[in-house]
Design a protein around this ligand. Structure first.
Ligand code: FE2
Length: 426
């Protein structure tokens, strides 16, 4: 007897009438039209069942702090960093944990079951590090939280920055972060990349750096990051986040850079909601979009994922933990409007993000964790278009969340009142 049998499902790759058999928290079988005895049966009614969403780039120490102690007036990255600096002395572990836990609830409701969060290590107290390590422990039964040691104020620029970051890693933070474009000079930025990659190699840890989050076409730390990844044999374990300066770089230089990133096995995370909000702020008109070169990187074989980055914090007052909203913005900003492009944007918040994360047991194949989402949509394109309701969210075979289908009641003159779905049923 199976624990759970989902039947009549459409999968992201287009297969229809598929059954997913679940036993002991894992997928036992994925077959067309299978019927078998099960404790629980779920008729997907031809709707999309996808592996859960993964956010490869977030800041959980700052989330839901919007307005504390004031709102970012200019809307720039630099005012956001200054504002975070004003908020830090006011932070308490209790309030930070409460906000992070609330965000994780939102995430689960949206089918987002794995989040890589940067945590600021600049403050020697490491208050945020301890708080998020506690959150990681508390949410572990239902959400995988991975932490990146992130020296927000610059690992070299901050007195004691290297020591603070090492102590965060000693406490159990999973990934080495960095912010080379925020160091005082280009030379210091490059030195920070080398130092942090060497530290990661020594400790056998992955690397995920905020890299070139700038409109300055000469901010080229991604080149150093790729070089160091190759030199130290870190292929497949290194991620460059944001890489927005690539938007403004000279095309000839980029034609040399992209193959280097691909050869070095470096992944790239774009953050469409934040990049379109924060970049181009020093421009008059025309204003640059600022997001990195997503389709070109993908065409080179680079693993590109999309992150949410911020939700209601000093940098961004919007957001709800909805990775379909992230994909929706991503496809607009990158102009990835072909059918293939839209599907690639869905992958960017699911399979590609899981690869950045290094998530084991991810996917819809026999042997994978039975962690998936039933969406009120017939395929990934419709899911993004509608930011579809997450009708059911399962993790390791257990139902974690459900949302009723979106419906509307219409009262139109000359016609009887009707209530129905806003999309055609399959
Ligand atoms: Fe970030």
């Amino acid at each position: 007897m199976l624990d759970l049998l989902v039947h009549n499902a459409t999968l992201p790759d287009g297969r229809t009438d598929m059954s997913i058999a679940v036993q002991d928290g894992r997928i036992a079988e994925v077959t067309a039209g299978l019927d078998a005895p099960a404790h629980e049966k779920l008729d997907a009614q031809g709707l999309l069942v996808a592996p859960h969403f993964v956010d490869p780039h977030f800041h959980m120490d700052a989330t839901l702090s919007y307005g504390l102690p004031r709102v970012n007036q200019s809307g720039t990255l630099l005012e956001g960093i200054a504002l975070w600096g004003e908020l830090k002395p006011l932070l308490t572990a209790e309030a930070l944990i409460e906000r992070a836990m609330a965000y994780c609830d939102w995430a689960v409701a949206k089918g987002l079951l794995a989040i890589r969060s940067h945590v600021d290590t600049s403050d020697p107290s490491l208050l945020a590090v301890d708080a998020l390590l506690e959150v990681k422990k508390r949410v572990a039964p239902y959400l995988t939280l991975q932490l990146v040691a992130f020296p927000q104020d610059g690992v070299l620029r901050t007195p004691g920055g290297v020591d603070n970051l090492k102590r965060a890693l000693d406490k159990g933070v999973d990934v080495v972060g960095g912010i080379p474009h925020f160091e005082r000079t280009m030379a210091d930025g490059a030195a920070s990349v080398k130092l942090l990659c060497e530290l990661a190699a020594e400790r056998g840890l992955p690397v995920d750096m905020h890299c070139d989050e700038s409109d300055d076409p000469l901010s080229r730390h991604i080149e150093t990051l790729a070089f160091e990844a190759q030199r130290l044999g870190l292929q497949g374990r290194v991620t460059g986040s944001h890489c927005t300066s690539m938007h403004s770089m000279d095309n000839y230089y980029v034609s040399k850079l992209l193959p280097l990133i691909a050869e070095a096995g470096v992944g790239v995370v774009a953050n469409p909601l934040i990049n379109i909000t924060l970049q181009g702020r020093h421009d008059s008109y025309p204003k640059r979009r600022g997001m990195t070169r997503v389709p070109e990187l993908m065409a080179q074989g680079v693993n590109v994922a999309f992150g949410h980055d911020c939700v209601m914090d000093p940098w961004y007052g919007m957001g709800s933990g909805d990775m379909l909203e992230v994909a929706h913005m991503g496809l607009h900003v990158a102009q990835m409007t072909s059918q293939q492009g839209i599907r690639q944007c869905f992958d960017a918040v699911t399979t590609n993000a899981a690869k950045v994360f290094g998530l084991e047991g991810y996917g819809l194949e026999a042997g994978c964790d039975a962690s998936f989402v039933l969406l009120q949509a017939r395929d990934p394109i419709e899911a993004i278009r509608l930011r579809a309701s997450r009708l059911k969210v399962y993790r390791k075979g257990l139902l974690l969340a459900q949302t009723p289908p979106a419906t509307a009641a219409l009262h139109l003159s000359g016609r009887p009142p009707t209530t129905g779905w806003m999309i055609p049923r399959p």
